[in-house]
Design a protein around this ligand. Sequence first.
Ligand code: 9D3
Length: 250
Amino acid sequence: MRFEVVTLFPELVASVGRCGVVGRAVERGAVQLGTTDPRDFAADPHRTVDDRPYGGGPGMVMKVEPLRSAIRAARAQLPPGSRTVVLSPQGRVFDQRVAQEYAALPGLLLVAGRYEGIDERVVRMEADETLTVGDYVLSGGEIPAMLVVDVVARLLPGVLGDEASAAEDSFSDGLLDCPHYTRPEEVDGLRVPGVLLSGDHAAIRRWRLKQALGRTWQLRPDLLAGRTLSAEEQGLLAEYIADRATGGAD
Ligand code: 9D3
């Protein structure tokens, strides 16, 4: 899958394609990541990409012409059927479902804004949709664009070494992950839960599911509201809640 990001900070965005899981995916050819800088499309000697807002007010707005030219140049690098997404606080909320939707596309054009925002006519003319990553204020769309590349790339075939890990990831089954431990067995008096040392794989599976359900119930009850629990899951969650009430076991 090919990603193109339109950004005033191409070096920041390119770094996601040089590190870790996405870096390896780029090396192996499963992902291509390109950047286009609107400043390279500015016509004046000062390479101006912003201007003062009509109607007044603080801050600057990204101008139409350099941004639109950059978007069109980036789009020319992408296969037909690719989608154009403007990162904006006023957008559909990005989540794992949206990521799965994007992972089915041949390419994604991500437009990252800076300043107070971009001229609304660019959104109107060029965007298929606007996308936010959550309810907090960032300084621009670059970190959201990098986040989208990271989340979507992990879903592509051959990107994660172990094909099982994508399917087992938190959220793919709608629950938070269980706790993890590695050696040593004890740190400052804190021991690894005995069941994980027992070799009883059925008991380990039940313990992990119970922890996942309990943590989701405690931290993200909204995730359980949209999910029906099996009889086993209901039993394990009841145990977790009871253990907790009695200051009980791990
Ligand atoms: C404080 C400035 N705000 C005026 C009330 C408007 C504003 C403009 C530009 C707020 C943030 C930004 C820059 N943010 C993004 O480009 C952005 C973003 C975000 O801030 N939060 C969550 N998702 C996204 S996607 C792009």
